[in-house]
Design a protein around this ligand. Structure first.
Ligand SMILES: *Cc1c(COP(=O)(O)O)cnc(C)c1O
Length: 435
């Protein structure tokens, strides 16, 4: 465990607060005290928090007891620039201090520039357009409505994959495969069919015998994140592109987790090894898009798709908020200025190689792209490994019983990453065996 001797977070920040006497940032209390208060104030949807964190800097976070952790989860693939990045903080503060919010009866230059930037990163063709949201699930809601507008009642079918995670609001939930997430909330929007993951024959069958003309859209993650960083088999997206195009269905890629540099390119599908050279009809983004500030987007490619949602057919109060747009622009600018896409690719490859190279008996596979990495374990002890990591000062995520997921900030150095490899090397092969 690492400890930090600098003053606790709130004190550290106090000088930045306009009036320290206002209770804007709660300060005093231990992890135990805050955890107790959490259980009375917050709904129990997430279970008990593992720690209560008070501040962050770069790839590190500190808890209310002053313990420091190397954040290898990055708020689940969100904090691409790490914590409290000065450029991001300054951009957000400057925008908030200039124009913080306007209704969508009005526009802001920041919002427009952000949408233009996204279209250019996506290399989207002429006529493409963006709808800005506040989260991933909302980006997928917009995508679902886009799909419904593609053919209406004549195309009731929407295809998704087993293992898919697309969010928790009702439309996105209908596209999410896990029964435990979906079933308590049925009936959900209808027409969704789940195809076996990565199964080319099943995909062809879904479009066969005239049924393909009833498909409004196929929604897929290029690499399934929540399901354990599962890449689609080579050729699958190319086949998906061919079948959807032949039958007039939309190919919608959910890059909420894989997008905005996470895999070493702006969008994961842009890497030929992942996307097979395809161009989708739409992409959804969120997580890393604002570097930690909530923002999401639906990018619709080409004029026809970009105009499926017409005036009055969709809306949002906060989506397109100038502060969120400023966060997005700043995040993109830093990734570009600091050459972080290259860094993500090389550090990701190095980290995967170093973990594999340990030859640890508990590790059966290391996969992923860029800094979206899964460590597959021989036994279902991922929660125990994650707990041991936390005790040792590392935040990682047991996203399945056998999988540890890493999605660290892009600013992570090889040396910092190496401290986790050293930790892993020392994990006993029989960890959790008696559990
Ligand atoms: C996280 C995630 C979502 C949901 O995003 P929220 O911002 O939590 O609503 C959707 N799709 C994928 C692939 C995700 O990883």
């Amino acid at each position: 465990m690492s400890t930090d001797v600098t003053p606790s977070g709130a004190r550290h920040r106090a000088s930045a607060a306009p009036d320290a006497s206002l209770p804007v940032q709660a300060v005093d209390g231990s992890v135990a005290q805050w955890t107790e208060r959490y259980t009375h104030a917050l709904m129990d949807t997430f279970g008990a928090p593992q720690r209560v964190l008070v501040r962050g800097e770069g790839p590190y976070v500190w808890d209310a007891d002053g313990r420091r952790y190397l954040d290898l989860l990055g708020g689940i693939a969100v904090n691409s620039l790490g914590h409290a990045h000065p450029t991001l903080t300054a951009a957000i503060s400057a925008q908030l201090g200039t124009l913080g919010h306007v209704s969508n009866f009005f526009a802001s230059p920041t919002q427009i520039a952000f949408a233009e930037r996204l279209l250019s990163l996506a290399q989207a063709p002429e006529g493409s357009r963006v709808f800005l949201t506040n989260s991933g699930t909302e980006a997928n809601e917009a995508a679902f409505k886009l799909a419904r507008r593609n053919g209406g009642p004549d195309r009731p079918r929407v295809l998704a994959l087993e293992g898919a995670f697309h969010g928790r609001s009702m439309g996105a939930l209908a596209l999410t495969h896990k029964a435990a997430y979906r079933e308590p909330f049925e009936p959900l929007p209808g027409g969704v069919e789940f195809l076996p993951f990565g199964d080319a024959a099943a995909l062809e069958a879904a479009f066969a015998d005239g049924a393909g003309t009833q498909v409004a859209a196929l929604v897929v993650e290029p690499i399934q994140g929540e399901a354990g960083v599962r890449p689609l088999p080579p050729g699958y997206l190319a086949l998906a592109r061919r079948l959807t195009a032949e039958h007039g269905a939309l190919l919608i890629l959910d890059e909420v987790q894989t997008g905005m540099g996470r895999t070493g390119s702006w969008l994961a599908y842009q890497q030929p090894e992942i996307g097979g050279g395809i161009v989708p009809d739409a992409v959804t983004l969120a997580k890393g898009l604002g570097g930690g500030f909530p923002v999401g987007a639906l990018v619709a490619y080409g004029e026809r798709t970009a105009t499926l949602l017409g005036r009055g057919q969709h809306g949002t109060t906060f989506g397109g908020n100038p502060v969120a747009a400023a966060a997005g622009l700043a995040t993109i600018a830093v990734i570009e200025r600091d050459g972080l896409l290259d860094h993500v690719r090389t550090l990701g490859a190095t980290l995967r190689a170093r973990i594999s190279g340990l030859g640890h008996p508990l590790v059966t596979d290391v996969r992923g792209a860029g800094l979206l990495i899964a460590i597959e374990l021989a036994r279902p002890v991922a929660p125990q490994v994650a707990a041991a990591a936390l005790e040792a000062g590392f935040v990682v995520n047991p996203c399945t019983p056998t999988t540890i997921r890493l999605a660290p900030p892009f600013v992570l150095t090889e040396e910092q990453a190496g401290t986790f490899v050293d930790f892993l090397a020392a994990v006993p092969a029989d960890l959790g065996a008696d559990a």
